[in-house]
Design a protein around this ligand. Structure first.
Ligand code: HEC
Ligand code: HEC
Length: 216
């Protein structure tokens, strides 16, 4: 009897707590630019400490919209983004177009890491012995080329984010990829290849010199 009452109280607290917590955090979550900087100014990202979040500017609109749907449908697991996507609902298409049309800074490749060659081989040539198509055949080699494609730009995304996504495809917790291609590729990559690839794409950083030149 005692136990049952405890349970009832716990449920009541949970019910009460949920809407309140929602009301507070939803304002923040629906303000996308708190985390996904919409400004093309590289300083805006760096100074705000927001370089841990994926960049949405200039990604294909269809890709962005599909990801929001994937969070809603549980094909991608991330608590904050699941809540955001649910709350956004029908607004996803408009948001996707807004970010797809937002300017993206020019990126330059800096400081080749030690495992650069490992990454570049996979990006440019793949490894057909393991059924790995070159990443660049879909994601492109040139960061400026990705816009028109269905595959997202990887250049300039945060290293930890990219590595997390490859691991999520590999263990199936992310299944938003059409025909399971990214799941199949990621499964075949070794942990050190995943690190090397994430580092390679993250080393493409905004060209601050040309950005300054333009604003002068
Ligand atoms: C509190 C920070 C925060 C806010 C606010 C936020 N996001 Fe996110 N968003 C994230 C994080 C963290 C991820 C990476 C989640 C993961 O690992 O799957 C993400 C991922 C995404 C992705 C997938 C990116 C990709 O490259 O696949 C999209 C699309 C997205 N967010 C759109 C939005 C939109 C639209 C809004 C506003 C309605 C928004 N987000 C608000 C933190 C945020
Ligand atoms: C056959 C085309 C194709 C090839 C080859 C390919 N990808 Fe992808 N990749 C895609 C598509 C399409 C998506 C979007 C899938 C989705 O909606 O989840 C994607 C998504 C990704 C993402 C998630 C990006 C984000 O913003 O969340 C990463 C990381 C990634 N690919 C890395 C790679 C790497 C590394 C390679 C090479 C080993 C590679 N891909 C090869 C088509 C491809």
């Amino acid at each position: 009897m005692m136990q049952k009452r405890h349970k009832t109280v716990a449920v009541a607290i949970a019910l009460l707590a949920t809407p309140v917590a929602h009301a507070q955090s939803m304002d923040v979550l629906l303000n996308c630019s708190t985390c996904h900087v919409a400004s093309p100014d590289p300083e805006a990202t760096a100074t705000a400490g927001r370089e841990i979040y994926p960049v949405l500017n200039g990604q294909p609109a269809r890709y962005i919209e599909r990801q929001l749907m994937a969070y809603r449908q549980g094909l991608r697991q991330h608590r904050q983004m699941e809540q955001t996507a649910l709350a956004l609902g029908e607004g996803a298409g408009a948001m996707a177009r807004l970010y797809a049309g937002a300017p993206h800074p020019d990126l330059v490749f800096r400081d080749p890491p030690e495992d650069h060659a490992t990454a570049l081989d996979l990006v440019e040539d793949g490894d057909w012995s393991r059924g790995l198509a070159p990443c660049a055949s879909c994601h492109s080699l040139d960061p400026e080329d990705d816009r028109a494609r269905l595959s997202p730009r990887l250049h300039g995304q945060p290293e930890a984010y990219l590595a997390d996504q490859l691991r999520a495809y590999a263990d199936g917790t992310r299944s938003s990829d059409p025909m399971g291609r990214m799941r199949a590729y990621s499964e075949r990559l070794t942990p050190s290849e995943i690190s090397a690839l994430a580092r390679y794409f993250a080393r493409w950083t905004p060209d601050t010199e040309s950005a300054q030149g333009e604003s002068e």
